[in-house]
Ligand binder design. Structure first.
Ligand code: HEC
Ligand code: HEC
Ligand code: HEC
Ligand code: HEC
Ligand code: HEC
Ligand code: HEC
Length: 321
């Protein structure tokens, strides 16, 4: 008990100075959401409990998904099927969705299975849960993302208002309509550092391995701008900023196309400027992948591996080949 009180005071002091709009942190970290002190409430023993760390559920995935599976309308749903964003333009959140824990998810990250980490030097076998990527007690990062997800001593700060911009903060206390507005993909603009965060685990992508400079790479480059290599340009900045034609949705006469893919705006100073398409925009992991997963194989934003309509839509937005 003493430990809990000390921890509580520690967290309260540590996080009370942080900006609003973050959940599971400081005053928004309601211990009862996730812990039960004696595995008994109103005289009722917690079925199967007590669990490690006095948690309400037997595993972290089960615990987090008990609210984030769509059953709690104020909690952003991250488990397929997700329909809470159907009224928004993209119909999805920033991160997208998972398959149930224990299922091999070919459409993104799999939860609760021991799998090899692809594109990692040490090719470690990892069993992913929510705490592999999120700080369960919150931290100062965007979405409480861990500073050091690979446990190698990184300290990657991804700060809302600096590296990422959001327009509408969630309601306090949380509401279902507020969660839709705050967490849908359209409410997020990117500026920097996201690729580095993903590449903490997928460290083979940590740098753009050059082949023949100035503009040849041994893997798709990230954090490179569309207009970066004037002498040997492979991208089509004009097509990208125009936003019409091959790859783009809403083009008169076109039958397919997708929403503009996310990009990092190196020049952004606020939400509005982060969303403004410019020649200097950079491609990053999130231009092609959802963080949790989505509709398509390998969590790609368009059906690149499936083929058919739109299978190169995202590529065409930047390259127009
Ligand atoms: C009791 C229900 C509940 C449980 C259990 C729960 N959450 Fe949440 N979570 C919420 C609600 C509600 C929100 C949205 C609050 C808002 O509108 O900002 C939220 C928001 C979040 C966010 C977005 C935070 C931000 O500031 O951007 C993350 C990330 C998150 N939860 C992760 C987790 C993880 C990881 C776990 C398990 C360790 C978990 N949640 C367990 C209810 C829950
Ligand atoms: C969103 C869910 C969630 C909330 C809210 C939450 N915890 Fe936790 N807590 C966890 C999880 C999950 C673990 C286990 C972490 C692990 O296994 O790595 C944990 C572990 C702990 C531990 C033991 C490990 C450590 O980090 O010291 C303490 C102590 C603790 N929590 C205290 C608290 C207190 C105090 C509060 C309220 C201020 C709180 N927790 C609120 C999810 C939560
Ligand atoms: C904590 C380490 C970790 C982080 C951080 C991480 N990944 Fe992964 N990733 C894994 C593991 C482990 C796998 C293999 C298991 C699986 O398929 O889920 C994987 C698999 C993948 C796959 C292949 C999925 C499939 O269907 O085969 C893609 C794509 C991917 N990650 C992209 C990303 C992106 C993009 C980010 C950043 C938003 C990211 N990863 C962050 C550990 C991580
Ligand atoms: C491989 C890393 C990874 C894992 C595992 C992971 N998350 Fe996330 N999560 C992210 C990233 C990165 C974002 C931010 C995506 C963005 O906005 O670009 C995010 C965003 C979120 C959000 C904000 C809403 C949204 O959909 O964008 C919530 C809530 C959330 N995660 C909850 C969870 C829960 C609950 C789990 C476990 C079931 C989990 N996450 C597992 C990386 C992860
Ligand atoms: C958000 C924009 C964006 C998207 C989406 C995108 N690319 Fe690129 N791509 C770039 C940029 C920027 C470069 C580097 C600039 C240059 O080489 O002129 C590049 C470089 C390349 C190169 C040249 C690599 C080299 O060695 O010179 C190829 C090939 C390529 N992309 C293929 C693709 C394919 C295939 C897709 C779809 C799966 C795709 N790109 C999606 C922006 C993008
Ligand atoms: C230009 C688009 C693009 C960018 C940028 C991109 N990826 Fe990918 N990635 C893909 C596609 C498409 C695949 C599917 C494999 C294929 O068919 O080429 C893939 C596959 C993967 C895989 C699975 C590899 C396997 O062995 O199954 C991982 C992991 C991955 N990407 C992580 C990342 C990370 C991390 C970043 C950022 C550092 C990133 N990707 C940037 C398009 C991209």
């Amino acid at each position: 008990m003493k430990y809990f009180i000390t921890t509580f005071i520690f967290f309260t002091i540590l996080f009370s100075t942080l900006s609003a709009g973050e959940w599971h942190i400081g005053p928004s970290s309601d211990c009862d959401d996730c812990h039960l002190q004696h595995s008994s409430e109103q005289g009722q023993q917690l079925p199967g409990g007590p669990y490690t760390y006095l948690l309400l559920k037997n595993s972290i995935n089960e615990l987090c998904l008990s609210c984030h599976d769509g059953s709690n309308p104020t909690a952003p749903d991250v488990l397929t099927p997700v329909d809470m964003y159907n009224t928004t333009e993209s119909k999805e959140s920033g991160a997208g969705w998972f398959a149930p824990a224990g299922e091999n998810n070919i459409h993104g990250h799999s939860l609760g299975l021991s799998l090899l980490t692809p594109l990692q030097n040490s090719a470690k076998i990892t069993e992913l849960n929510c705490a592999s990527c999120h700080a369960v007690h919150g931290n100062g990062n965007y979405r409480n993302l861990l500073y050091d997800p690979a446990g190698r001593g990184d300290s990657i700060a991804l700060i809302d208002g600096m590296d990422i911009f959001t327009e509408h903060p969630p309601d306090k206390p949380p509401t279902s309509s507020g969660a839709v507005i705050a967490y849908n993909r359209g409410n997020i603009g990117y500026k920097a550092k996201y690729s580095r965060w993903c590449a903490a685990c997928h460290d083979l992508l940590n740098s753009n391995n050059p082949s023949t400079p100035p503009a040849h790479f041994n893997g798709h480059p990230v954090d490179v701008a569309l207009n970066e290599f004037f002498s040997d340009l492979h991208a089509d900045p004009g097509h990208w900023t125009g936003g019409l034609g091959d790859g783009f949705i809403n083009t008169p006469g076109a039958t397919d196309g997708i929403l503009r893919v996310p990009f990092e705006s190196a020049l952004a100073t606020d939400f509005a400027s982060s969303k403004l398409p410019q020649n200097s925009d950079r491609v990053f992991c999130g231009s092609c992948h959802k963080a949790h997963g989505g509709e398509n194989q390998k969590s790609v934003l368009w059906p690149f591996r499936e083929g058919g309509n739109n299978f190169v839509a995202g590529c065409q937005q930047c390259h127009n080949k």
